[in-house]
Design a protein around this ligand. Structure first.
Ligand code: F6P
Length: 443
């Protein structure tokens, strides 16, 4: 592992401000990076998640934090606008129409410059600066202009699109040049690295060092939570509250149109409608964590999901026994792990996803060696979790078949597949991921 000081830059700090104090931020990125930062004594540069929150550096849970202030207008233009209404849909197979607005772009440039300025000022000499994700693609070039001594790495947690889609961006050359300021660009899948190489060749006439470094989870932390007596008791309580069904189907996602939640619910609905699944014997739990609520595509997706929940429960519930339990809530990690242990068939079916850590969390917490993972071919995790029931979630018939396969799978096969899935995740956890990326960057 590198002995150079490490500085991390990401859109969000690993904590958010609440009336009760600082809480860990949701999302895989935070859970992936915190253990590394704690161990290396590094600094994390990011936004607090609150508009116009103008505070100085502080320390939290052994990690130094440097807040970057983002104004209310920038939240709309940089975060909701350019990051999540231009880049996010485009980088996820253009599943929704992107907006292209000069005002959003200008805010993106200004916020990226602010991050780069903080980094240029606080990075110790010869530091390794590790920039994360699509919000900050201009930072490497901006930082390189001011600091020649630092090594700059970048990791994309989301997919990188094929060149035909990337070329739609009015600011495609600026973004490619921004990333080309890096010493190494990491992606979840090798196809993403190949796409990036084509983009660099096409727009810059040269390539940038890059490769695939699939991210993982903190296996030890999750296994410890899963093994706890509290978790087992909580999971038993959940099963009782669900009415002791034979099969619990489970979905856990941010409420994002890329996650394929409505397609999944429609598949469940059609299996109930034609009697393939019986609501007396099985129940579904769908957790949808609130996210990016200011963006219209997300508001529309929420309406669609909630209408489907109403339709499914209206037709298939019995008094006191909903066919579908829908939680539009952020759950604590302990609650999530108990839920994973309750879910007999975990359905992770994004239409496109960088990695999907929920899939890896589920198999890691199944210390009992049971449970079925139904997994989209369009999630990065599908490159590694080959013993999941792999499915194309764009195909309604295939989704139905995959769910039924999960429900009907024999115990022997379930256990054999789960053993192999657990082995894959245990062999490459988040510490290994960070070490691999940093070794490649500094080597
Ligand atoms: O997976 C992509 C990502 O943007 C992560 O970086 C982040 O932790 C998560 O989605 C949540 O998104 P947001 O920061 O927009 O709430």
């Amino acid at each position: 592992m590198t002995i150079r000081p490490i500085v991390v830059a990401a859109n969000r700090l690993p904590v958010t401000r609440t009336p009760a104090g600082w809480n860990p931020s949701p999302g895989g990125l935070v859970r992936a990076m915190l253990p590394l930062l704690r161990a290396s004594g590094g600094t994390w540069v990011g936004w607090t998640g609150i508009a116009d929150d103008d505070i100085g550096p502080f320390e939290h849970d052994g990690v130094k934090l440097q807040p970057v202030s983002v104004s209310a207008a920038e939240v709309q233009d940089y975060y909701e606008g350019f990051a999540n209404d231009t880049l996010w849909p485009l980088y996820h197979d253009a599943l929704r129409e992107s907006t292209y607005s000069v005002r959003h772009w200008d805010a993106y440039v200004a916020v990226n410059q602010r991050f780069a300025d903080h980094l240029a000022e606080l990075a110790p000499s010869d530091a390794v600066v590790w920039v994360h994700d699509y919000h900050l693609q201009l930072v490497p070039q901006m930082l390189r202009r001011r600091r020649d001594d630092v090594l700059i790495g970048f990791f994309f947690h989301i997919p990188f699109p094929p060149v035909e889609l990337f070329m739609r961006l009015p600011w495609r050359t600026e973004i490619a040049a921004g990333l080309a300021g890096c010493d190494l660009v990491g992606f979840q899948r090798s196809i993403n690295a190949a796409n990036f190489t084509s983009v660099c060749e096409e727009l810059l006439g040269r390539t940038t060092r890059c490769g695939a470094y699939p991210i993982s989870i903190d296996v030890a932390e999750l296994e410890a939570i899963a093994a706890g007596r509290d978790t087992r008791q909580r999971s038993n309580r959940y099963r009782t509250r669900l009415g002791e069904p034979e099969v619990v189907l489970l979905g856990v996602d941010r409420l994002d149109y890329t996650k394929g939640i409505s397609q999944r619910l429609r598949a469940y609905q059609s299996l109930l409608d034609d009697g393939t699944l019986d609501a007396e014997r099985c129940v579904m739990v769908q957790v949808a964590t609130p996210t990016r609520e200011g963006v219209e595509h997300y508001q529309n997706e929420r309406k669609e999901i909630e209408q489907l929940v109403g339709e499914i429960n209206g037709v298939h519930s019995r008094l006191g026994h909903p066919a579908l339990h829908y939680l539009y809530q952020s759950l604590a990690l302990e609650e999530l792990v108990a839920l994973y242990r309750t879910g007999d068939v975990m359905i992770v079916t994004p239409l496109r996803d960088g990695m999907n850590l929920v899939a890896k969390e589920y198999v890691t917490t199944r210390l009992d060696g049971d449970g079925v993972l139904v997994l989209s071919e369009f999630a990065g995790a599908a490159d590694e979790l080959l013993d999941a029931v792999l499915v194309n979630p764009h195909d309604p018939a295939a989704l139905r078949t995959a769910i039924v396969t999960g429900v009907e799978m024999h115990r022997h096969e379930r256990r054999a597949r789960m053993a192999s899935l657990r082995e894959v995740v245990r062999a490459s956890d988040v510490q290994g991921w960070a070490e691999r990326f940093l070794a490649e960057l500094t080597g």
